[in-house]
Design a protein around this ligand. Structure first.
Ligand SMILES: [Zn+2]
Length: 194
C-alpha cells in the first residue's frame, strides 16, 4: 500500500491518520484487489460504460445488427436521452437468450448432452439452474461476465443434466469437459454480479 502525504506531515501524524482510516482503507483494498462489481448503471448517457462479455464498453447511439463494433456498445438512436436501466435490462434479456441458446447448443452437441429448453431469468444470486426435465435457466446478468466464465456456467448446467448434485461425480465430469475448471471457479468468485 502506498500513502501519499504532504512534506510537513510527521510520521506520527501519518500513522494516526492511517489508523483512523484503517477500516475504510481495508474496504477500498477489498474492492480494488479482490472483487469486480458488474452492474448496469441507473442512467445511461452517451459514453457511459457498460459491462458486457467481460469488458466495459462505452455506449454510443446507432441502430446496428450487433451491439459490439470497434470497442463501442451500439444502441438504437431512438433511445437516446430516455434509456433507463430497466429498458436496457429488457434488451439484454433478449440478447442473452440469443447468445446463450446458440452457445448452449454448441456445447450440448460437443459433450453430447441434449437440452429441452432455455429460459432467461432476472435472478441476482442464482446464475443458472437445471431441472430434471432438462430445462435450463440462466440469469441475463451472466452476459456481463467474460465468455470463458459464461461457458463455465453453461457446462456446469449441462453437467447437472447428468448428475443433479454437487458431488464427486459431478465435479469429475465437469473437470473432464473443462480442464481449467479450478481457475474458472476462482475467477467467477472474483466478480460481484448485481
Ligand atoms: Zn450447480
Amino acid at each position: 500500500m502506498i500513502v501519499r502525504a504532504p512534506f510537513r506531515c510527521s510520521m506520527s501524524e501519518i500513522q494516526k491518520f492511517i489508523l483512523s482510516k484503517e477500516l475504510w482503507i481495508q474496504k477500498v483494498i477489498n474492492q480494488q484487489t479482490q472483487r469486480t462489481l458488474l452492474q448496469i448503471p441507473e442512467k445511461i448517457e452517451e459514453g457511459e460504460k457498460i459491462p458486457y462479455l467481460g469488458r466495459w464498453y462505452p455506449v454510443t447511439w446507432y441502430e446496428q445488427k450487433t451491439p459490439l463494433i470497434d470497442g463501442f456498445f451500439y444502441l438504437p438512436q431512438t433511445w437516446q436521452g430516455e434509456l433507463t436501466q430497466r429498458k436496457l435490462i429488457r434488451w439484454l434479456k433478449k440478447e442473452a437468450l440469443t447468445y446463450l441458446t446458440k452457445r448452449t447448443a454448441e456445447w450440448s452437441a460437443d459433450v453430447q448432452v441434449p437440452v429441452n429448453s432455455i429460459k432467461i431469468t432476472t435472478a441476482k444470486k442464482r446464475l443458472g439452474s437445471c431441472s430434471r426435465k432438462k430445462d435450463i435457466r440462466y440469469t441475463w446478468r451472466i452476459m456481463m461476465l467474460p465468455p470463458t466464465l459464461i461457458d463455465y456456467i453453461i457446462l456446469h448446467e449441462l453437467a447437472h443434466i447428468k448428475v443433479h448434485a454437487h458431488n464427486k461425480d459431478f465435479w469429475k465430469l465437469l473437470l473432464q469437459w473443462q480442464p481449467t475448471l479450478p481457475s474458472l471457479k476462482k475467477e467467477l468468485k472474483s466478480y460481484i454480479i448485481v
